[in-house]
Design a protein around this ligand. Structure first.
Ligand code: SF4
Length: 403
């Protein structure tokens, strides 16, 4: 069995048929996972100023850039193993860098609240065995974590839910559009207007408190009735919800307080984003947006968005991430004007603007280790095939040796 690193569900029931050190067939994975396991077709090559070079020269040039930088940033590591993430955090500490990852513009703050034990949470196995009411809120698991419903939540039989989705489980979707997940939640789709989550939560709290909510009264009372009767519920929080409430989690905590039988779970995309958050939290007490300078300081201005916007950084090391494909244009103009060191197995939009590119082994395929699933469980990631590529952990080690 191998582990798929296609998303933070980290399915560890995957079979891969390997012939002549290449993947011939993948079984049990979803389409997205199978594509990930087969690896990228556009392999990154070492380069300096977009001209091909050898790996040693690219590492040497990267070390020189970092040495000359007065305000470096390390970004990414969400597609790296826990072992590489720890190395990255040590490296950021050593060079007094800002460190951040994609969680600073998705589920990071929710994970921080969970690590601070502000929310009740549970494992995905608990959900499979016990859950009777499942709420997908601002999250389209069918597209983003395609085996979530089939492995853990709606479809499987569980110890206390032997009759599965036919009789024992009820799935609810709350979203701005009828997503593929919402289509499965037969008759229990609650459409809300964009940015309408706060109003919806307040009305739901009123309904759960026995008051008559002003907002969509009939549907709200119906939903409150279902949630109150749940024996073991889960709210799967997607970025649709966290974006909408702008990381103001007090309102979600107030709702969770009204639902003592419910657990909160972040729907994480990148396979080891939670691993990064947990490792940085353990080191500094924060999950992202940290600057090391003798001590660790957290500030909004240390997010990649603000650091680029306010031009705080003069060099950046990006590991296994492609911010050029997701950050807004105005922010990217500063990124394009500073030295960018891109460490990745594959060519990306970010590698195309990088001053230095350093190819690494693809984790979950050419290198192994551990990762943290979306619910916090540590999962082993076996190496599947041999590769001559250095791992991202090796590269970070080599860069660290230069200081
Ligand atoms: S659900 Fe995620 S981890 Fe599981 S096989 Fe699909 S992509 Fe891979």
């Amino acid at each position: 069995m191998i582990t798929c690193t296609g998303c933070a569900l980290l399915c560890d029931d995957i079979e891969a048929i390997v012939e002549n050190n290449s993947i011939k067939e993948v079984r049990n994975a979803c389409r997205r996972g199978a594509a990930k396991i087969k690896g990228c077709s556009n392999r990154l090559v070492p380069s300096i100023d977009q001209k091909p070079t050898d790996i040693e020269s690219s590492i040497k040039k990267a070390a020189q850039i970092i040495r000359n930088s007065k305000a470096p940033m390390l970004f990414g590591l969400d597609n790296s193993t826990c072992e590489a993430q720890i190395k990255g955090i040590q490296f950021a500490k050593k060079i007094n860098a800002i460190i951040d990852d994609t969680s600073s513009f998705c589920q990071g703050m929710l994970i921080e609240k969970i690590l601070q034990e502000r929310f009740r949470t549970c494992s995905l196995e608990d959900i499979r065995n016990k859950a009777d009411v499942l709420v997908y809120w601002g999250s389209d698991a069918q597209d983003s974590q395609p085996r979530h419903l089939s492995r853990f939540s709606y479809f499987p039989r569980g110890e206390s839910r032997q009759r599965g989705y036919e009789e024992d489980r009820l799935a609810i979707a709350i979203d701005v559009r009828e997503s593929n997940t919402a289509k499965i939640c037969k008759g229990h789709f609650y459409r809300i207007p964009p940015k309408g989550d706060r109003e919806f939560i307040l009305a739901l709290i009123e309904a759960l408190s026995g008051k008559v909510p002003a907002y969509d009264t009939k549907k709200m009372l119906e939903l409150a009735g279902i949630l109150k009767k749940a024996e073991f519920g889960a709210i799967f929080v997607g970025i649709g919800l966290t974006y909408s409430i702008k990381d103001d989690f007090d309102i979600l905590i107030a709702l969770a307080d009204r639902l003592p039988n419910f657990n909160i779970m972040p729907m994480v995309g990148h396979y080891n984003m939670r691993g990064f958050n947990e490792a940085l939290f353990k080191e500094t007490g924060f999950v992202n947006k940290v600057k090391f300078n003798g001590k660790a300081v957290r500030d909004m201005k240390y997010s990649i968005m603000e650091s680029l916007n306010k031009k705080f950084i003069d060099a950046i090391v990006i590991v296994g991430s492609d911010p050029v494909s997701s950050l807004p244009g105005p922010v990217l103009s500063h990124l394009a004007s500073i030295p960018v060191i891109c460490i990745d197995p594959c060519m990306t939009m970010t590698s195309k603007i990088a001053t230095v590119t350093i190819p690494c082994a693809a984790s979950g395929l050419e290198s192994g280790g551990t990762a943290v699933r979306m619910d916090g469980k540590v999962i082993g990631i076996p190496k599947i095939i041999q590769s001559d590529h250095l791992t991202d952990e090796d590269i970070l080690d080599r860069l660290m040796e230069a200081f």
